[in-house]
Design a protein around this ligand. Structure first.
Ligand code: AMP
Length: 361
């Protein structure tokens, strides 16, 4: 029988998926890929990243090591990345094998470009401006007032590279705290809740959404994600999905894309984009018919989408941050608690070491 065109184009099970980055997202992607019969090849500069424990191949090299990237490109059938703080240009050697493409990566790594791009897509963000000096910070404060948050343009995550300004006297300390780096100054949003839209998009523009989780952050780090979301968020999900899809289309994104939102009084405001699977989607492993990790593999390999509905009434995911992972003996005793431990070694404060998901009937 002649295979259909879509079958010919699919990257079939048995093929090798390259993953740039070997953290917990690469680990959970590798587990999902293995279930579908793929082999994963991890590219990461650390001696033994936690994804290497569960992947078929691991190469240790710097992210800008062009020779190592060229060899990696030759050895994989398709490639993806699991975090966005990567030098863009060396990854060009991966060509069309890289999904999502470099545009998604480049936009997400500079907060000022990201905000401009989001606004060009017709979505709304909190009032902001780029700052490059203490004078800029002071004039942003004069323009926007308090509270104001400074966020370094590059390499910020989990609340790192951020400093709040609550009075004019804080401006200098905040500028120092972020290391006098080019930054954005953004007004503090008085939100009812935070939530994310998680979608997967295919090269043929097909797409699916999961239920939007309501997210609680503490100290800039995700604490908990819950589905279904509460009423204030539910009322904003349709508009937020429209914004997230417009962003995905403008990027010609292939794979999972996560857009984080504030549920503000006048509607959803985009906080940031992650061009990848996301912590707020970990609940999908047990809580949805198809997890974000399996769906990402399906999308980048050109397999059809899996269903995204809830397995039961809902789910709650709680992160195990730093020494909280030591709670494992008690957690593994709890009936119905799905315990995930990433095998990352030292439990430094603020480091994501694992998570627990409870599926609600
Ligand atoms: P980010 O690194 O930008 O995702 O910020 C981490 C967390 O800090 C967010 O999830 C919010 O809880 C908080 N945050 C960041 N920006 C703002 C803002 N403009 N207004 C209020 N809270 C914010």
């Amino acid at each position: 029988m002649t295979p259909a065109l879509s079958d010919v184009e699919a990257v079939p099970p048995g093929s090798t998926i390259g993953i740039v980055g070997g953290g917990q997202l690469g680990r959970m992607l590798s587990i999902a890929a293995a279930r579908l019969g793929y082999k994963c090849h991890i590219f990461d500069p650390h001696p033994w990243p936690c994804a290497a424990d569960v992947a078929a191949h691991f190469v240790r090299a710097d992210y800008d090591d062009r020779a190592a990237l060229a060899a990696f490109a030759d050895g994989v059938d398709v490639a993806t990345y699991e975090f966005e703080n990567l030098p863009v240009e060396p990854l060009e050697v991966l060509g069309d094998k890289l999904r999502p493409g470099l545009k998604s990566l480049a936009i997400a790594q500079d907060r000022a470009h990201e905000k401009e791009f989001i606004e060009q897509c017709g979505a709304r963000v909190a009032p902001w401006r780029a700052v490059a000096s203490l004078e800029d910070v002071r004039s942003a404060f004069a323009e926007f007032g308090t509270p104001l948050v400074l966020k370094s343009r590059r390499y910020g995550y989990d609340g790192k590279g951020q400093a709040w300004i609550r009075s004019a006297d804080d401006a200098e300390a905040a500028w120092e705290a972020i290391g006098r780096e080019p930054a954005i100054a953004e007004t503090g949003v008085d939100f009812a809740a935070e939530f994310s839209v998680i979608l997967a998009r295919w090269a043929d523009a097909g797409h699916v959404f999961w239920d939007s989780p309501e997210n609680v952050h503490e100290g800039g780090i995700l604490r908990r994600s819950t589905v279904p979301c509460g009423e204030p968020v539910a009322a904003q999900v349709a508009e937020a999905r429209g914004a997230a899809l417009a962003i995905a289309e403008a990027l010609d994104h292939v794979g999972v894309l996560t857009v984080e939102f504030f549920a503000a009084a006048d509607g959803p405001l985009v906080n940031e984009i992650a061009p990848r699977v996301h912590n707020s989607g970990h609940w999908t492993i047990e809580g949805a018919v198809t997890s974000q990790f399996e769906q990402h593999v399906r999308a980048i390999c050109g397999l059809p989408p899996g269903l995204t509905g809830l397995m039961r009434g809902g789910a709650e995911m709680e992160n195990l941050i730093g020494p909280e992972v030591e709670r494992w003996p008690e957690l593994v005793k709890q009936r119905g608690a799905h315990v995930h431990i990433y095998g990352k070694g030292e439990a430094r404060p603020g480091r994501k070491m694992g998570h627990v998901t409870r599926v609600v009937r």
